[in-house]
Design a protein around this ligand. Structure first.
Ligand SMILES: [Zn+2]
Length: 421
C-alpha cells in the first residue's frame, strides 16, 4: 500500500510539472512569437497526456468493479492510445504552422522567451534527478526510463534556446531547424506511446527476458522438474502469467501446495505481476530409478557415508546400471542424509536403499516430501543384491514404514508419550 501511495505521489508530481511546463511554453511561445518554444510546449502536452495515463493506471488498477473480473487495467492503454493520436495531430499542426508557412515570424519580446526556456531547463533538470532517485529507491524501471526521457526534454529545450537566439539575431533558419528537431521528438514520443498501447491491447507477449526470469524462479522449486510452457501478457502496467509445469509428486494436495508456493515466490520476486496461473501435472514415468549406496563392488550399508551412489534403472522387469555418482554429502558435518536425499530427488530417483530404519525423522520427512520410497538392504556383494532387487523391486513409502516402526516401540502410543511416562 505504501508503494502505491508513493507512486501516486510521483505520478501526480509529474502531471503538475508537465502541466506547468506546457502552459509556460505555450503562453511564452505565443507572446514572443517563437515557433520552437510553441512546438516544445506541444511536446510537453504530449508528456502531460502520458503522465495522466500513468496516474489513471495506478488508480484504475486498484479498482475492483463488478462485471470486469479481469480488471480495468486496459483503460490505461486506451487513454494512451487516444493521447498518441492527440500528439500526432499536435505534431502535424506544428509542421503546418511553422515549417510550411510562408510568413517569417521574428522573435520579439526576447526576455519572455529566454526566461521561459531557462526556467524549463532548470525544472526538467531537477525533475529528472528527482525521478531517478525515486526510481532507484522503488526499484522501478519505468521511473528510471521516464527520468531519461525528462533528460532528453532538457536537451530539446537547449535546442529551443539556440533557435530563439538564432531567430532574434537575424537567422530565422536556425529556429526552423530547432522546430524540425522538436517535431521529430514529438512524433517519436507519440509513436512509442501508440505502439506500447496497441501491443498491450492486442495481448502481445511480454518480453522474453522477463519470461525467462520467471521460468527460472519456477524451476528453483525442488519439486518442479519442468516448465512445459509459459506465456505472459500485459494489461495496463500489470502482467498476467500462465505456466504449465511438471511436479514430482502424484499427490494432488501436495501438488496444489507446490503450485501455491511457486506462485507466492514468483509474485515476491517479480514486480507488477497481478496474477499467475499454474497448471500442473505429475511427471510421466515409464521407468523407475533406484539409488544404491556402494563401496567398490559391495553394497554399502551406511547410506550417507558411503563413497559412491549407484543409480539403477528398472526397465520392463530388468535392472540396469545407469551411472555411478560420487556421494556429494560425504564430507558434510551435519545433515548428510537430508542433503543426499535432496540431491537424489533432483536426479529423479524413486527409491533409495538404506541399511536400517532409524535414519532420523528429518530424513523420513524429506523422503516423504520428495515422494521417494525406501528399501531395506544389508551389506553384501553388489551383483547378488541387484539380482535380488530385480526379483522384488517394490519400494515402500517411507511414512508408512516410519509409523509402523514408531508404533512398534511405543506399542500404540507415540514415542514422546512413552518417554514422558
Ligand atoms: Zn517529453
Amino acid at each position: 500500500m505504501e508503494i502505491v501511495k508513493e507512486k501516486k505521489r510521483i505520478a501526480l508530481c509529474s502531471i503538475l510539472v508537465n502541466l506547468f511546463l506546457s502552459v509556460l511554453k505555450i503562453v511564452a511561445g505565443a507572446l514572443s512569437g517563437s515557433a520552437a518554444l510553441l512546438a516544445d510546449g506541444i511536446h510537453s502536452l504530449a508528456d502531460l497526456a502520458a503522465s495522466l495515463s500513468v496516474y489513471a493506471g495506478i488508480v484504475i488498477s486498484n479498482m475492483k468493479v463488478k462485471g470486469f473480473p479481469y480488471g480495468l487495467y486496459k483503460v490505461e492503454n486506451i487513454i494512451s492510445l487516444v493521447s498518441a493520436f492527440a500528439i500526432f495531430f499536435a505534431g502535424y499542426e506544428i509542421v503546418k504552422e511553422t515549417l510550411f508557412s510562408e510568413k517569417v515570424i521574428r522573435v520579439k519580446n526576447l526576455p519572455v522567451a529566454l526566461g521561459a526556456v531557462i526556467l524549463t531547463i532548470l525544472i526538467t533538470y531537477l525533475f529528472s534527478r528527482y525521478e531517478r532517485k525515486k526510481g532507484e529507491e522503488l526499484n522501478s524501471p519505468s521511473l528510471i526510463a521516464d527520468s531519461e526521457h525528462v533528460k532528453t526534454d532538457m536537451l530539446s529545450s537547449i535546442v529551443v534556446l539556440a533557435g530563439i537566439l538564432g531567430n532574434y539575431f537575424g537567422f530565422p533558419v536556425v529556429e526552423k531547424v530547432a522546430v524540425v528537431v522538436i517535431v521529430l521528438l514529438v512524433f517519436h514520443a507519440g509513436y512509442e506511446i501508440m505502439v506500447e498501447a496497441l501491443k498491450v491491447l492486442l495481448d502481445a507477449s511480454i518480453d522474453k527476458e522477463t519470461l525467462d526470469d520467471i521460468k527460472e524462479t519456477i524451476l528453483s522449486h525442488p519439486l518442479v522438474s519442468e516448465v512445459k510452457s509459459i506465456t505472459g501478457r500485459s494489461s495496463g502496467s500489470y502482467k498476467f502469467i500462465e505456466a504449465e509445469v511438471s511436479v514430482l509428486t502424484n499427490d494432488l494436495e501436495k501438488a496444489h501446495n507446490i503450485v501455491h508456493e511457486v506462485e507466492a515466490k514468483v509474485k515476491r520476486e517479480h514486480p507488477f505481476i497481478e496474477k499467475i496461473i499454474i497448471h500442473f501435472e505429475p511427471v510421466e514415468k515409464k521407468e523407475r530409478l533406484f539409488a544404491v549406496p556402494v563401496d567398490g563392488d559391495k553394497v554399502c550399508g551406511r547410506f550417507a557415508e558411503c563413497p559412491e551412489i549407484l543409480i539403477l534403472k528398472n526397465e520392463s522387469g530388468k535392472l540396469k546400471e545407469v551411472k555411478r555418482i560420487k556421494n556429494p554429502a560425504v564430507n558434510l558435518k551435519f545433515g548428510k542424509c537430508i542433503e543426499l536425499v535432496e540431491f537424489l530427488a533432483k536426479e529423479g530417483v524413486d527409491c533409495i536403499a538404506v541399511n536400517n530404519l532409524p535414519l532420523g525423522k528429518g530424513v523420513i520427512y524429506a523422503l516423504s516430501a520428495y515422494n521417494i520410497g525406501m528399501k531395506l538392504i544389508t551389506e553384501e556383494e553388489l551383483n547378488r543384491f541387484i539380482g535380488e532387487l530385480s526379483k522384488n523391486p517394490y519400494c515402500e513409502p517411507p511414512l508408512a514404514v516410519w509409523s509402523f516402526y514408531t508404533c512398534d516401540i511405543a506399542q500404540g502410543g507415540s514415542v514422546e508419550n512413552t518417554r514422558a511416562n
